[in-house]
Design a protein around this ligand. Structure first.
Ligand code: AMP
Length: 249
């Protein structure tokens, strides 16, 4: 089974994000960038599928600027076989990414597309769902367990009330949730090996897709600064504060 994994380059999850002075977005200059954590989980799952003899080839795809190649290299070092960069300097929103990924899927013909449930930079949580709709494929989102049967997948999904298990026909799009697995660190020998693995570069403009933005960011602002905590002297004082100051009981 051929598996395609979509990975996004985002600001490292441990970096404190700074909002630009003009409120038009966040600072990305001189900021550490990494693979989106949920995409790492998707890559790890694909590598485990290959180790278990379920996946035959893992192709990693990222849409964005030239430097997204670093993110693809990270996935190759984790165990993916080859990469595709859909290159553009234009801003890409979920619908455009889903359309570009659809074009790659049509070219590569994978049986499964693994993705993160959301990108932690914009928290859209849309691209996987849009891709499956555009392809007319089955989808299972927020996966915390994936098992393969002959022509289907059994996916355990994390939902508000607990866990839900669904069986979906292949081909399918599956998005990874936090508890699906714990991604490995790439070893030094594998980082070296990854340097030799191929990455194809496809100019986004050559895929014949209308990737124009449909959303306009009106304003980006910092969350309100949290107030300092206070120590209370007794349970009665705590109850009084909760009732009369916080007004939560
Ligand atoms: P989002 O819908 O933006 O929250 O992203 C959900 C998932 O879509 C991510 O975890 C990736 O798997 C995929 N994705 C989003 N943006 C890109 C991108 N530029 N290139 C490749 N995959 C992406």
């Amino acid at each position: 089974m051929k598996v395609l994994v979509a990975v996004k380059r985002v600001i490292d999850a441990y970096v404190k994000v700074r909002v630009k002075a003009d409120g038009s977005g966040v600072e990305t200059q001189n900021v550490k960038m990494s693979m989106n954590p949920f995409c790492e989980i998707a890559v790890e799952e694909a590598v485990r599928m290959k180790e278990a003899g379920i996946a035959s080839e893992i192709v990693v795809v990222s849409c964005g600027q030239q430097n997204s190649q670093e993110t693809i290299r990270t996935a190759l070092a984790m165990g993916a076989d080859r990469g595709i960069l859909v290159q553009t300097d234009e801003e890409l929103q979920p619908l455009a990414i889903a359309k570009l990924l659809k074009a790659v899927v049509e070219k590569e013909q994978p049986e499964v597309v693994l993705m993160g449930k959301q990108a932690v930079d914009n928290d859209f949580n849309q691209t996987g769902q849009m891709l499956s709709a555009l392809l007319g494929w089955s989808q299972a989102t927020f996966a915390s367990k994936i098992e393969k049967a002959d022509s289907s997948l059994t996916v355990t999904r994390e939902i508000d009330g607990g866990l839900e298990t669904v069986e979906i026909k292949l081909p399918a799009v599956v998005t990874a949730d936090l508890r699906l697995n714990e991604p490995r660190y790439a070893s030094l020998p594998n980082i070296m090996k990854a340097k030799k693995k191929p990455i194809d570069v496809l100019p986004a403009a050559d895929l014949g897709v209308d990737a124009a933005p449909r959303l306009q960011v009106v304003k980006v602002s910092e969350p309100p600064v949290r107030q300092a905590g206070v120590k209370v002297g007794s349970v009665a004082e705590l109850v009084d504060k909760l009732k009369n100051e916080a007004k939560v009981i």
